[in-house]
Design a protein around this ligand. Structure first.
Ligand code: GH3
Ligand code: MG
Ligand code: MG
Length: 425
């Protein structure tokens, strides 16, 4: 892409000089616009914003110095060259004071003018080139589907694309930074997301220290209630020591994952935890117990003579009773305790921070509750309970052997009863 000067404004009151210079200048740019005096020159400047202004000094209506003064107030970096005769020395000093970019003595030596033009044009063209590439980059950044941010070597933000700004509800990065110290101000705590320990300006550093696939954050969109989740990709440092950060939205993927997980962990009939979920919670609790030595117990319950209920009322009614049973227990246990369907008409209750006597009391309370509860069709529903406390070195297998034994004893003792397995059973 070859860049050229776009426009030169030539302000000259002598028609022959203007004509000659115009023809000459046309070799260096696309268009040369001309004005006969300072006033006209100023008006044309305002509407055309030329790359370079070349102006005579002594002119009717408004002289070149006054015009240049006005132009510099509008655009202090505007390149202005004066063409002046020797005798104009007074004006000439003023022009130097104004820090104009150069002068050409009259009568104009075209060779000198060419050199002068080429030297000032070089900068302007470089500037144009820079602007050109900046515009391309900006277009690319704004076109991205993802939200983008660029950080400098100190990990401070220097650019947010429109998508990110509009998500945050700001027009410019400056406006956002006026109200927020850092983007991490907007991050929220969430199960699936990495939550930054230090929500400060250097959140990127912290994020860089974790595995790339775990770089998931949650943010609220503008004033909405619902959070969105983003996977964050962080580029290597660019040649200019910049870091490009992109935020790809993964809310729907995470939502779907949550739903799958929920389905995989929920018993379809009773909508309480299933055995898979029980095993997860149980393993976690067991690990915690082994680290912190906090007692925990479990209760295994099995509805008595449930087969008879099915036989008498049919499977559908049996199902309804199982649902009612699960709801009843769920409602009557503390939140920290977790109820799961062990299988069929058997349920298991996990009781963290609970010693064996308290566990026994809970089982007894539930037994009484079931015995007296009106399940609609079958008044005489009862349940047998096995209770066990977890010991050091217990595995799922050893613990369930004990609790199963206790339940077996409850069944054998005539059902509708609670049996406890003590430590060394
Ligand atoms: P016990 O007092 O010895 O526990 O007698 P029980 O009849 O409850 O025990 P058993 O193990 O002989 O039978 C369990 C019954 O539970 C048999 C089975 O049809 C029923 N059952 C298991 N799962 C479901 C279910 O999802 N829906 C229904 N309706 N019945 C179920
Ligand atoms: Mg059973
Ligand atoms: Mg049973």
């Amino acid at each position: 892409m070859k860049h050229k000067l776009t426009q030169i404004l030539l302000v000259e009151d002598e028609p022959e000089v203007q004509f000659e210079l115009k023809r000459f200048l046309e070799r260096f740019c696309n268009t040369v616009i001309t004005a006969d005096n300072g006033e006209e020159g100023l008006a044309l400047f305002k509407t055309h914003r030329p790359d370079i202004v070349i102006s005579d000094i002594k002119m009717p209506k408004m002289n070149g110095i006054d015009m240049a003064n006005e132009i510099k107030q509008i655009s202090k970096d505007q390149v202005i060259l004066f063409s002046t005769a020797h005798s104009d020395s007074d004006y000439f000093l003023k022009a130097i004071e104004m820090q104009v970019d150069g002068y050409i003595l009259k009568p104009v030596d075209l060779h000198l003018l060419k050199n002068k033009l080429e030297s000032v044009a070089k900068n302007i063209i470089l500037q144009k080139q820079k602007q050109f590439y900046e515009n391309i980059l900006n277009d690319i950044a704004q076109m991205q589907e993802s939200m983008l941010a660029v950080y400098d070597e100190q990990m401070l933000p220097i650019f947010y694309n429109k998508k990110l700004l509009s998500f945050l509800g700001y027009k410019t990065l400056q406006a956002f930074l006026k109200e927020h110290n850092t983007l991490s101000d907007k991050f929220e705590k969430n199960e699936e997301c990495y939550y930054l320990q230090n929500r400060n300006k250097y959140w990127l550093e912290e994020l860089l220290s974790i595995d790339s696939e775990k770089r998931i954050i949650s943010m609220k969109e503008r004033d909405t209630v619902k959070s969105k989740m983003f996977f964050i990709s962080i580029s290597e440092k660019t040649e200019n020591n910049h870091i490009v950060v992109s935020f790809s939205e993964i809310t729907s993927i995470v939502d779907r994952k949550r739903q799958y997980l929920k389905d995989a962990h929920t018993d379809e009939l009773t909508q309480i935890h299933n055995r898979t979920k029980f095993n997860i919670v149980f393993t976690q609790t067991l690990e915690k117990f082994q680290q912190e030595d906090i007692s925990f117990s479990i209760i295994l319950m099995d509805i008595d003579h449930f087969k008879k209920i099915n036989d008498r009322y049919g499977h559908l009614i049996g199902d309804t009773i199982l649902k009612k049973f699960a709801t009843l227990i769920q409602k009557n246990i503390a939140d920290k305790n977790s109820l799961s369907r062990w299988g069929g008409e058997e349920f298991v209750l996990l009781l963290p921070n609970c010693n064996i006597n308290d566990a026994k009391d809970i089982a007894e309370k539930l037994r009484l509750l079931i015995e007296t509860y009106d399940f609609g069709v079958e008044k005489k529903l009862s349940c047998s309970f096995g209770v066990a406390k977890v010991n050091k070195g217990d595995s799922t297998k050893s613990l369930f052997q004990r609790v199963d034994n206790a339940l077996y004893k409850a069944k054998n003792s005539g059902r509708n009863s609670v049996f406890v397995s003590y430590e060394n059973d």
